[in-house]
Design a protein around this ligand. Structure first.
Ligand code: HEM
Length: 414
């Protein structure tokens, strides 16, 4: 039996990327939800430690009260090695801002992110997905991550932003180096790739300043709210955030989501048998896989969560991966149930002003990709033991670095 003391001494460090090498620690989360739902834990670089919030209702409370719980200087968890105090450039990101600046920035950025612009991408998305799968037609095995899942989100962002085809290989290489969580990439290489990508975004802005095109960069350069515009620097920073927020996350929904379906053939059969169930199934895959593990907030004033006093200036970790398995919010939360309804998951955030800006785009990408995976691959299977597949080295994103798959035949696109 797990006692309070043994659970605490054997507890995995939630800030350490190594903790997630075998997936998120669901047993520990469950223990915290039941015994210390608002737990105070040590941290190597936060002198006063940090608070870890694991229940669904508490995560919602923190996420929605943006007056008390602030995103600045940044909402990321320091991994204990490199101080993530906002000095690494993260403090300029949209996700690191609070009202009133956040409201103004988000209003401006929303101009380029309307449901109409997202819907317009649909045809291009379908064609791109067909092409990715057609490219595998003469094979019978592949790596789901590198041969399939990572391409769609990368191209979608490139399509939106306006990166020409001939520059994409280079931009994707920079993106992988900057945000790819590859432990073999040196800090110097990462720094250089970040700088190169930033300069590239600057050149894109320069080209569009006087001659706008039909792309997000041009919309952002010319968007105006209450007489104010985004600066070129703000647009370039947003370009970087978009590469990261839009590609790593959706890729893992596709890979871990496909694995979850293959591991639950009866659930997969429900969706394959009736593709109208796909939108609901995607919500369930988002809940079940939770690609973004957690974010933090910093208390602005003395306050409390679930009766626990929290001091001004203290960090609070909202664990989405735990909230999405909270027995108080979901019936049989560890079961994948593609017909689950209602499904108040927090994979895109738990409400509040920072709720994922790309949620509808991610849903659309998921819908098109899963539809193709379910209808075009015959005899699709995992090629090996998933517990041995390497995962991304990150304390923010959960997913696989490689996921070998095999199949009997690929059907032509309809
Ligand atoms: C499965 C895919 C995705 C997941 C699980 C995901 C998850 C999240 C989460 C948890 C947040 C923080 C919410 C909060 O703090 O309340 C967030 C914010 C954000 N996401 Fe996503 N995301 C996904 C896809 C995307 C895509 C495709 C884009 C863009 C094309 C995107 C752009 C953003 C941006 C810009 C923010 C910051 C919003 C702000 O601070 O106001 N995300 N996302």
């Amino acid at each position: 039996m797990t006692t309070v003391d043994s659970a605490r001494t054997e507890a995995p460090a939630l800030y350490d990327p190594a903790t997630y090498a075998t997936g998120v620690p669901h047993d520990y989360y469950r223990w915290l939800r039941d015994n210390e739902p608002v737990a105070h834990l040590d941290h190597p670089t936060y002198p006063n430690g940090y608070w870890v919030v694991t229940r669904h209702a508490d995560v919602q409370q923190v996420s929605r009260d943006s007056t008390t719980f602030r995103n600045a200087p940044d909402p990321f968890v320091d991994d204990g090695v490199m101080a993530n105090d906002g000095s690494a450039g993260t403090s300029e990101l949209l996700i690191s801002k609070d009202a009133p600046e956040h409201i103004k920035l988000r209003k401006l950025i929303n101009k380029g992110f309307t449901p109409r612009r997202v819907a317009e991408l649909s045809d291009r998305l379908r064609a791109r997905t067909d092409a990715i799968i057609d490219g595998l037609a003469d094979r019978d095995s592949a790596d789901l991550v590198h041969d399939l899942a990572l391409w769609l989100p990368l191209h979608v962002i490139a399509d939106m932003v306006g990166v020409p085809e001939e520059d994409r290989a280079q931009v994707f290489e920079w993106t992988e180096k900057t945000f790819g969580f590859d432990p073999d990439v040196t800090p110097e290489e990462r720094g250089q790739a970040t700088m190169d990508m930033f300069m590239y975004a600057d050149a894109m802005c320069a080209e569009r300043e006087n001659t706008p095109r039909d792309d997000l960069m041009s919309v952002l350069l010319h968007a105006e709210v209450d007489g104010e515009q985004l600066t070129r620097f703000q647009i370039e920073v947003f370009f970087m955030l978009l590469q990261n927020a839009g590609s790593e996350t959706t890729r893992n929904l596709i890979t871990t989501g496909t694995l979850a379906l293959l591991q639950h053939p009866e659930q997969m059969a429900i969706v394959s048998g009736d593709l109208d169930t796909l939108p609901g199934a995607i919500e369930e895959l988002l809940r079940f896989t939770t690609p973004v593990i957690h974010f933090t907030r910093t208390a602005n004033v003395d306050t409390e969560i679930g009766g626990q006093r929290i001091g001004a200036g203290e960090r609070v970790l909202m664990v989405y991966a735990s909230a999405n398995r909270d027995e108080r919010a979901f019936v049989e939360p560890d079961q994948l149930d593609v017909l689950r309804s209602p499904n108040d998951h927090v994979a895109f955030g738990a409400g509040g002003p920072h709720f994922c800006l790309g949620a509808n785009l991610a849903r659309l990408e998921g819908r098109i990709m899963f539809e193709q995976i379910l209808t075009r691959f015959e005899g699709l299977r995992v090629d090996g033991d998933p517990t041995e597949f390497p995962r991304v080295h990150s304390n923010l994103i959960d997913g696989f670095a490689e996921l070998p798959i095999a199949w009997d035949r690929i059907r032509p696109a309809r």
